[in-house]
Design a protein around this ligand. Structure first.
Ligand SMILES: Nc1ncnc2c1ncn2[C@@H]1O[C@H](COP(=O)(O)OP(=O)(O)OP(=O)(O)O)[C@@H](O)[C@H]1O
Ligand SMILES: [Mg+2]
Length: 261
């Protein structure tokens, strides 16, 4: 009976990573990028993964996106083994990855166009997401005319326009200035609450992880291993205002101490 209950829970998980190891083979050596990592993300959860440079964060996300293969273990999405990219997952990277030859609107409509949606429906989708990311006035602009924050808003809109169940974000705000970054964090939280997307968010900014997430996985490097899993859903913020500074600092200090080990 216990086994049955366990298997139902596992099938309902948005992401389930079980004893995952990733080894890269270069001409000179083998690099163990990820060593026996197990983690999960439930539907509608906002989970961050924090860790130093080289601990395998991007590698893990690429495996979840189906853009890279694991060496050992399992990576599942809603109970199914991940075998390649799929519409159920949207990706937002740190580097700006818009199509430079397409307008903002056409970038957002890219996924719907691949699905051969009728013009009217595509338009409705792009209108909806342009509004969501406050870029209605830039529908016809091209990526080179946009600031970094605006480009990332288009990237988020483009990922969401595909109606993914899971949004995979690899340091999406890493290149932004502090104010824009803070605005983007709040926008992302609004979108997450409204769309009920499941989000896996990679960052090496501890405060960003605490502000955004319900749970945080901390990783160590060389090889990339899991150090701890923390609950960050502690009512530390009311909107963007920090209302429990002592608890916030305690959590932050603990994560810093883990990363120093
Ligand atoms: N294609 C590849 N071939 C060989 N080694 C790789 C490859 N991609 C990543 N690695 C190695 O795997 C390890 C993890 O890299 P990864 O990019 O996942 O780290 P990261 O945690 O995302 O770091 P950062 O915070 O700097 O983005 C590193 O040692 C890296 O050199
Ligand atoms: Mg990375």
């Amino acid at each position: 009976m216990a086994a049955e209950v366990e298997s139902i829970t596992e099938a309902q998980r948005a992401i389930d990573v079980v004893h995952l190891t990733k080894i890269y083979h270069t001409t000179k050596k083998e690099i163990k990028a990820i060593d026996d990592v197990s983690l999960h993300v439930d539907p509608h959860e906002f989970v961050s993964i924090v860790g130093p440079s080289g601990c395998g964060k991007s590698t893990l996300l690429k495996i979840l996106a189906g853009l890279d293969e694991l060496t050992e273990g399992e990576a599942k999405i809603f109970g199914e083994g991940i075998t390649g990219p799929g519409e159920d997952r949207g990706m937002v990277f740190q580097a700006y990855t818009l199509f430079p030859w397409l307008s903002v609107r056409k970038n957002i409509e890219f996924g719907p166009r691949l699905k051969k949606m009728p013009v009217k429906q595509k338009r409705e989708i792009s209108d909806y997401f342009l509004k969501m990311v406050n870029l209605e006035n830039f529908a016809n602009a091209y990526p080179k005319e946009l600031s970094g924050g605006m480009k990332q808003r288009v990237a988020i809109a483009r990922a969401l326009a595909n109606n993914p169940k899971v949004l995979l974000m690899d340091e999406p705000f890493g290149a932004l200035d502090a104010q824009t970054r803070s605005d983007m964090q709040q926008l992302l939280l609004q979108i997450w609450k409204r769309e009920k997307t499941t989000i896996v968010f990679i960052t090496h900014d501890i405060e960003e992880a605490i502000f955004l997430s319900q749970r945080i996985y901390i990783m160590h490097s060389h090889p990339g291993r899991l150090a701890d899993e923390l609950n960050a859903d502690l009512g530390l913020f009311d909107g963007s205002e920090l209302v429990k500074p002592a608890e916030f600092l305690k959590l932050k200090d603990y994560i810093v101490s883990l990363l120093k080990k």
